[in-house]
Design a protein. Sequence first.
Length: 188
Amino acid sequence: MSPPAIEGKEAEKDAILEAAKLMVVAARTAPKTAGIDDISSLIIYGPEKNAVAEKMEEIAAERSIEGFRRDAKNVRDSDGVILVGVRANRSAGLDCAGCGFEDCKAFDGAEKVLGRDFVGPSCIFKSLDLGIALGSAAKIAGILNVDNRIMYRVGTAAVKLKLLPQATIIMGIPVSARGKNIYFDRAK
């Protein structure tokens, strides 16, 4: 009887999903300002991933920005996408004025509106928390030799599709396992 076998492509797809789960854990456990966790995440693949690519193509056409179309191709060619968002429309309570308001009370009382891509104004410390969570997730992908790239345009589409409803800012990290990293050396 011959030993069981797993074809390489199947193993790669399974490994990418496991890596994505570990990336979500890294985003969750990343340090947060004042210990307040306003980070959310979601792993998408298959039809949900392609819906994000379609929305990115729509935005490319509306705005005449080829970068959205180029990044949409990356999303389509990826095995999955990790979405990481933050609820940045409430303050960290530090009164730093980095948001442009005199203090956190003024920021918290300000109207929060959907701008072109994200909801603002945003607490600078919540935005920093998002950056740390993204870096932690990307670090895990790197350790696991999973190709990835943090993409703001993916997040724009995810906001429009309300994929992380409480998040006011979202970034996407497409992931893949190919013989060559598909996220670099791209046409402009």
